[in-house]
Design a protein around this ligand. Structure first.
Ligand code: ATP
Length: 530
């Protein structure tokens, strides 16, 4: 992990954004817990997604489905047969890797046809190879090979038929020790469990690897109750589970994570094309005659605007249009929205045009019609779908990485120090405002500060802090990413009569302080955090 990432991970633990799951027992790989600040941050992300994707639109409704569903769902979706990653094992240590994530390496391969035990004449005829950097002493390769044959039951192995070969960009060897890996085998990523008291094949079920399938399976029920007409969408936020071979990059690739998914159902192009465009629609606003590519572009734009609204503007994002040969067989187009993480530019969200694949499959496997009756066109058909699918945890990690700043600041006495400040957008910041009585031993100041806290609390998350020097209290909130600080001082009590009932409002990023009337605080802050 690079230095910046190490600092971020350490801040996450120190300040209570993210903890390792089950840490007191040594942790469990691929699982994470959100501490007090992380829980607020994550909640803010989900609330904003939900609000913008469902509550603020007429054409999207919500769903909250179960995590364990009928196993037929995963047969229909294709997950049982094909939701797998290629896995390889180290022949020496048994460590497992995702074959497609092994960095290509170059060097000299030492091949051995087998080994003979010098102590007892036993032998092992299994061929084995080791890759070492060219020029490194051959003994390194031989040492690894001898360990391998010890693992195969020999006590003092003498290596047989050593020969070398130069390799360029091979992915057949363990990058950590040079040992040969097994051939790649598919590994299904779904977590299995049993439903009911009997552990049998009939009772096997899976923890959902994505939230989307429940939306397809409930399409008809939602359609019946919501009085929606095409085009319309169903959104869902919830946990998903994937038994990732190599969880890594902190929370980026976890085994338990949350998704925010929208399935937006549209008319097939040939039906939509029959509708007349609206004369008065604003540019970029949906038109009844839009086909899948317009809708797809619309949702990509909407999602980019949404990321900007929480502080991730286009400069820190990247976009990847999957190439034809990379697309799933049913997909017409997929755009990945990527964030420039300290460990590389990686996917936050995929926006796919999935045709009518999913509804077709569920219709076939359930035997129930998934068709939509189009009153305008007087026809029945399977809707097509555009799917913006985002990961909550990846987004939270992007927001944390983006917020992390180190600045050198100089105090009144000319002393410089490093200020660590989490510059979250006020809309997602875990705590919106810190409230500080200047002195904790002046009851009249403390009383006023508590009044200010209680005034703000119904509207936003407030942290009240009276412990320590005011500068230190500001720093603590800088690290938590609290965008505003309100300090109650003698002027608040009317020491300068013209300042009675005013407070200082400190801005986290500029560290500027302004004098504000207490009566104006709520509207002023709400405007910035809404
Ligand atoms: P990747 O290629 O990184 O494994 P994916 O393309 O398989 O991801 P999707 O199946 O499209 O991912 O899932 C949609 C979103 O769910 C992803 O964009 C990501 O934000 C999130 N997601 C998927 N897998 C994980 C994971 N293991 N940990 C955290 N988030 C994940």
């Amino acid at each position: 992990m690079n230095e910046r990432m190490e600092k971020i991970v350490s801040l996450c633990k120190r300040r209570g954004f993210v903890f390792q799951s089950s840490e007191i027992y040594g942790g469990i790989n691929g699982f994470w817990d959100y501490g007090p600040l992380g829980a607020e941050l994550k909640r803010n992300v989900k609330v904003r997604w939900w609000r913008s994707m469902t509550q603020q639109r007429d054409d999207v409704v919500g769903l909250d489905a179960s995590i364990i569903m009928h196993p037929k769902i995963w047969e229909a979706s294709g997950h049982t047969a094909t939701f797998s990653d290629p896995m390889v094992d180290c022949l020496l240590t048994k460590k497992r890797f995702r074959a497609d994530q092994i960095e290509p390496q170059s060097g000299t391969i030492y091949h051995f046809s087998g080994a003979k035990d010098e102590s007892n004449g036993k032998s092992c005829a299994e061929a084995y190879s080791v890759l070492i950097p060219t020029g490194k002493h051959p003994e390194y390769a031989r040492k690894i090979a001898r360990q391998f044959y010890v693992g195969r039951g020999l006590t003092v192995p003498a290596l047989l038929d050593e020969r070398t070969e130069e390799a360029i960009n091979t992915t057949r060897f363990n990058p950590e020790n040079g040992s040969l890996l097994t051939e790649a085998r598919p590994f299904n990523l779904m977590f299995k469990t049993f439903v009911g008291p009997v552990e049998s094949a009939d009772n096997t079920a899976f923890l959902r690897p994505e939230t989307a399938q429940a939306i397809f399976a409930q399409f008809k029920n939602v359609l019946d109750v919501s009085r929606q007409k095409l085009p319309f969408g169903i959104g869902q936020i919830g946990k998903a589970f994937r038994n990732e071979i190599n969880p890594r990059n902190f929370t980026f690739r976890s085994r338990e994570f949350e998704q925010m998914e929208l399935e937006f159902f549209i008319k097939p192009d040939e039906i939509a094309a029959k509708s007349a465009p609206k004369a008065d629609a604003a540019p970029g606003q949906p038109q009844p005659n839009w086909g899948w590519s317009e809708w797809h572009k619309y949702w990509v734009d909407e999602r980019i605007k949404w990321y900007a609204s929480i502080g991730l503007d286009q400069d820190c994002l990247d976009f990847y249009w999957q190439k034809k040969e990379e697309l799933a067989h049913y997909a017409k187009a997929t755009v990945d929205i990527l964030y420039k993480f300290p460990f590389g530019t990686q996917e936050l969200e995929g926006i796919a045009a999935r045709g009518n694949f999913d509804l077709t499959q569920h219709q076939k496997f359930s035997g129930k019609s998934m068709e939509y009756f189009d009153e305008e066109d007087k026809s029945r058909y399977l809707p097509h779908v555009i799917e913006p699918s985002a990961g909550v945890d990846r987004l939270v990690l992007a927001l944390i990485c983006h917020a992390y700043n180190e600045e050198t600041v100089t105090d009144d006495k000319g002393k410089s120090e490093t200020r660590v400040v989490m510059k979250f957008h006020p809309r997602v910041a875990p705590i919106k405002v810190g409230v500080f009585p200047l002195l904790k031993n002046r009851p009249e100041i403390v009383k006023k500060a508590l009044e200010v806290r209680d005034l703000l609390r119904p509207h936003m998350t407030v942290f009240y802090d009276e412990a320590g020097a005011i500068g230190r209290r500001y720093r603590r909130q800088d690290e938590a990413g609290t965008p505003f600080g309100v300090t109650i001082d003698f002027d608040t009590l009317g020491e300068k009569p013209e300042l009675l009932d005013t407070v200082t409002l400190r801005d986290r990023d500029s560290m500027q302080q302004t004098r504000v009337k207490i009566s104006e605080l709520v509207p002023l802050l709400l405007e910035k955090i809404r």
